[in-house]
Unconditional design. Structure first.
Length: 389
């Protein structure tokens, strides 16, 4: 490959350098310390020191292709993994209000479906029997002092977890049947038949299944575009072909330390009970589209350590290296936050060879250190080591 033709005879040679080690300069031509033929560096007040020049034939031989920096709205739809879990708002704990013995257990295994009002367990508690007897003895009193005692006895029944109906149905010895406060699934069962339980001890937990939570794991680059009420579509591997529609209820404030993701809570209606806690799901989020932004094809970007750059094609075979700050990427395009504003032509094929020539000519050094840019002067034509311009 050859670069541009020889410059005009009036062009001034600033110094001679080895293309393999451009930082080493010499006042006269010859061989470098590495045995390479040195090439001249010409001065040209009409060119920018941050650009390089390549003739049209070399550009064609390199297969250089360009694309225009467009302003467009990037697609915001993203898909993330998720897990279905219990809706904890529907969890009800059944506990013992007094010291008692479980004489009979109707639900003997966890994850048993129960209907509202279904019997759960028979508890035998002598303390209940004495409290009910005291209340019944005070039912027909007439004096003010006795009526005050009757009110206190009724409050005692409420503290012990007995309703007026329980007081009438309690059996001999203080035996009472506990019923399910709602329909659902017994998610935890902490007691067995014949076991003695203390006041306040949890017997079981009943979870409703009319709604479930879907917890989606959002990468941090995506979490910034998602907010409450963002519409979602949920697909479950166990139910192929079915779609469930809902919206993001809230973004949980904690970040998973292992995956560096933020969880989004989605509430889905589950009237038929097809969604079960523990299922894996895929959530498609559809945030509101943003404004049009400058974008470039992904292949135009040159990532180098802590910064990213583009090769901008200018007129007359000149190319300029531009440092850019990138945003999010979607559908083969990357958002440019700073560096280009739209309408420029960027190199999408062959840019690495041009970037290498920019590195040899020192354009990248001037790019990384703007304060060190010299007064406007031309850069060297693109030549291979050993060739004379």
């Amino acid at each position: 490959m050859t670069g541009t033709a020889a410059p005009a005879a009036s062009a001034k040679v600033l110094y001679w350098y080895d293309p393999m080690t451009p930082e080493q300069h010499s006042a006269k031509p010859g061989l470098s310390s590495m045995g390479m033929q040195m090439v001249p560096k010409y001065a040209d007040t009409g060119a920018d020191a941050s650009t390089i020049h390549i003739d049209a034939a070399t550009v064609q031989n390199l297969g250089v292709r360009t694309a225009t920096v467009e302003r467009r709205v990037l697609p915001a739809t993203v898909e993330v993994p998720a897990t279905i879990s219990w809706d904890l708002r529907q969890a009800i704990v059944v506990s013992a209000r007094v010291d008692a013995v479980i004489s009979k257990l109707y639900a003997r295994a966890p994850y048993t479906n129960v209907a509202e009002g279904a019997p759960l367990a028979d508890l035998l508690a002598p303390q209940w029997s004495s409290a009910v007897a005291e209340t019944q003895a005070l039912q027909h009193v007439q004096s003010a002092e006795a009526k005050a005692l009757r009110g206190a006895a009724q409050q005692r029944l409420q503290v012990l977890g007995l309703s007026p109906a329980d007081g009438r149905s309690i059996g001999s010895g203080g035996q009472l049947t506990l019923h399910a406060p709602q329909a659902g699934v017994i998610s935890t069962l902490d007691v067995r038949e014949g076991q003695r339980v203390n006041a306040g001890q949890t017997l079981m937990t009943i979870n409703g299944l009319s709604t479930v939570w879907v917890e989606a794991a959002l990468p941090q680059v995506v979490a910034g575009t998602v907010q409450a009420n963002t519409p979602v579509t949920v697909r479950v591997d166990a139910l192929p072909g079915q779609r469930f529609h809902g919206h993001v209820e809230t973004l949980l404030p904690d970040i998973d330390m292992a995956t560096r993701t933020q969880r989004a809570r989605i509430v889905l209606a589950n009237p038929e009970g097809r969604l079960s806690p523990g299922m894996f799901a895929t959530v498609q989020l559809d945030p509101a589209p943003g404004a049009a932004v400058p974008v470039v094809p992904d292949e135009a970007l040159i990532a180098a350590g802590d910064h990213t750059r583009l090769i901008v094609a200018e007129d007359a075979g000149r190319f300029r290296v531009v440092a850019v700050r990138t945003g999010r990427a979607a559908s083969g395009y990357t958002e440019i936050l700073d560096g280009v504003g739209g309408g420029e032509k960027v190199v999408v094929s062959g840019q690495f060879l041009i970037d290498s020539e920019a590195s040899l000519s020192g354009a990248l050094d001037r790019l990384n250190d703007p304060a060190a840019r010299p007064a406007p002067a031309t850069s060297a034509p693109m030549t291979m080591p050993g060739e004379r311009p």
